[in-house]
Design a protein around this ligand. Structure first.
Ligand SMILES: [Zn+2]
Length: 291
């Protein structure tokens, strides 16, 4: 009896190991890319997707690679990145793993320059907050995935088609829903919303923290307060991933009301998380201008 049990255990273990070895691993750099990849690889058992950063992490600005990240990349078939400078560690990864296929999702997107006082203007990497860009990102992932995993080409293509149909519908809905707030000015916490503003007709009057820092110096704070006053005290939008302290300080001085916009860099690992998050943002904007 005991012998049979040991034998069965060995068979089970062997099966598990084989199954594990057969699944190709696709890494994503952070949350929004993971959600898009979840949809592209939906129902494909032979591909295992993973996210390098924890779901509660914010944007990757200044993110330093951890030993665990390198371990995760060591047996990955591909790495999906946002691109446009979001993953500043990318050159190190490519040097360490020259064989790793990198899917750069900024391909084919008209990139905006980041608002910055620094001399060399960096690109703004928050592309995914325009649903039309999300469609391009999904198509970039799918086109590259079909080449990397030709055995799943059909499933990948049909997944991408179904998901981009949903994103088209979402984009139309958002444009329709946000038409009453066309041209309205908003103040955001960090420079995450220019693509969103361009797509849905809003004006970003000021950004509270240009360097993505949670605390501002008194000089930076009075500069923001001045800009907000000049813009007529438009609503301020905090972000769930960052401290709202600076926004409250600006609000206390100007009387500008506070709401929340989510750059969708963290959240539940659900396939419809992007659509749900974009809808929540639209509702927050409508609420901000309803008074
Ligand atoms: Zn950001």
């Amino acid at each position: 009896m005991r012998k049979i049990f040991v034998f069965m255990l060995a068979v089970l273990l062997a099966l598990t190991m084989t199954a594990h070895a057969e699944a190709a691993k696709v890494m994503t750099s952070f949350y929004p890319m993971y959600i898009f990849a979840m949809n592209v690889f939906n129902g494909i058992d032979g591909i295992e997707i993973d996210c390098m950063t924890a779901p509660e992490t914010g944007c990757l600005h200044d993110y330093q690679l951890l030993v665990g990240d390198m371990m995760k990349l060591s047996d990955a078939a591909a790495l999906i990145v946002c691109g446009a400078g979001m993953e500043s560690y990318l050159p190190d990864v490519q040097q360490q793993f020259p064989e790793l296929a990198v899917i750069d999702c900024s391909q084919g997107i008209a990139l905006l320059a980041e608002e910055s006082d620094e001399e060399e203007a960096e690109l703004n990497a928050h592309t995914w907050l325009d649903a039309q860009n999300a469609i391009k990102i999904v198509n970039t992932i799918a086109e590259n995935a079909v080449l990397l995993f030709p055995e799943y080409a059909q499933q990948i293509a049909s997944n991408a088609l179904a998901y981009t149909d949903k994103l088209e519908a979402l984009d139309m809905q958002l444009k329709d829903q946000l038409s009453p707030v066309q041209g309205k000015a908003i103040v955001t916490f960090h420079d995450a919303f220019p693509y969103f503003a361009n797509a849905y007709g809003l004006q970003i009057a000021a950004v509270i923290s240009e360097e993505h820092e949670e605390t501002l110096s008194p000089a930076q704070l009075s500069q923001v307060i001045e800009t907000v006053r000049e813009a007529g005290n438009p609503p301020l939008f905090t972000e769930p991933q960052y401290s709202a302290a600076a926004a409250y300080a600006v609000s206390a001085e100007t009387g500008a009301p506070i709401f929340t916009l989510d750059p969708l860099v963290s959240g539940d690992f659900e396939k419809d998380a992007y659509e749900a998050g974009m809808q929540r943002n639209a509702e927050a904007l409508l609420e901000a201008f309803a008074q």
